[in-house]
Design a binder for this molecule. Structure first.
Ligand SMILES: [Zn+2]
Ligand SMILES: [Zn+2]
Length: 279
């Protein structure tokens, strides 16, 4: 098994060093562990009300992150494969600013997660998985939040400049157990979004982190995974671990579920090139 979504203490809101994660992953018998700490936010515009310094490393810390991961990759090469990535937050129209910082590291990266944590729309800018903004679900209406979220995801998937391989935690707005009222309306938007995932040859992450949250289920839901299977959208697993003890969280049960749905393969990445592995 491989875990493609982990966060270390470098991102200022998780516990454990990269090496702690590697040791846990070896204990857990993982074949690979992917580091996907958040890429910095400090150069982005119009996010002054977002406490982004608590979300990621700084630009200055990137070199330390990658160098340490490379060092660990050699140190543990006989025991486990180490993959180096970032979790990128998509902000509308700010791809150039992101790429100006990201491009120089690209040759050293194995994969990129594309995520939407920040809502940008009619009601301003806020972070939809930060409980400090929780009241917005009520103030704006849950369906409105979902609609803006998926419409933004559609822009992420069709941006020529936002370079990423994987869509993370696909139905994140459900984190605090806020579910759509008009199910059909949101399902239509989900299906439109999945068509673009398919068209863009993206991978969708099955993120077990949701099981640890109020919603108590993986991202995305069983219903969405079934739809993805129908569309032949490839997948991989991520624990979204914020503590080394969460590496490979609930993976055995999740693989069982995925097999029941029909999936027989998971995707692996090496230097941005994907391959398939039987499960
Ligand atoms: Zn995330
Ligand atoms: Zn994450």
């Amino acid at each position: 098994m491989e875990d493609w979504h982990t966060h270390s203490s470098l991102c200022h809101h998780a516990e454990g060093s990269l090496e702690d994660y590697v040791k846990k992953a070896i204990d857990y018998n993982l074949k690979s562990i992917g580091f996907s700490d958040h890429f910095p936010y400090e150069f982005l515009k119009d996010i002054d009300n977002i406490p982004f310094l608590e979300y990621s490393m700084t630009l200055e810390e990137i070199e330390e992150y990658i160098s340490l991961a490379e060092y660990l990759r050699e140190k543990y090469e006989l025991q486990i494969e180490i993959k180096i990535g970032f979790e990128l937050d998509y902000l509308i129209g700010q791809e150039k600013a992101l790429n100006a910082h990201l491009d120089k590291y690209m040759p050293r990266l194995d994969y990129l997660l594309g995520s939407l944590h920040i809502q940008e729309g009619q009601k301003g800018t806020w972070c939809l998985d930060d409980e400090r903004f929780l009241e917005n679900y009520k103030a704006f209406g849950v369906d409105f939040v979902y609609l803006e979220y998926y419409q933004k995801m559609q822009r992420m998937l069709t941006s020529n400049e936002f370079d990423h391989d994987i869509v993370s935690h696909f139905d994140l707005p459900k984190k605090f157990n806020k579910l759509p009222n008009d199910e059909e309306l949101i399902e239509n938007e989900v299906n439109k979004t999945l068509e673009l995932v398919k068209k863009g040859n993206y991978i969708v992450e099955i993120n077990t982190g949701g099981i640890r949250k109020e919603i108590n289920e993986q991202y995305p839901s069983d219903k969405i995974i079934n739809k993805m299977y129908e569309l032949d959208i490839p997948i991989l697993l991520g624990s979204d671990a914020h503590n080394p003890n969460e590496v490979g969280y609930e993976f055995k049960n999740m693989i069982k579920k995925l097999k029941e749905i029909g999936y027989t393969q998971l995707v692996c990445f090496d230097k941005r090139v994907k391959s398939f592995k039987d499960i």
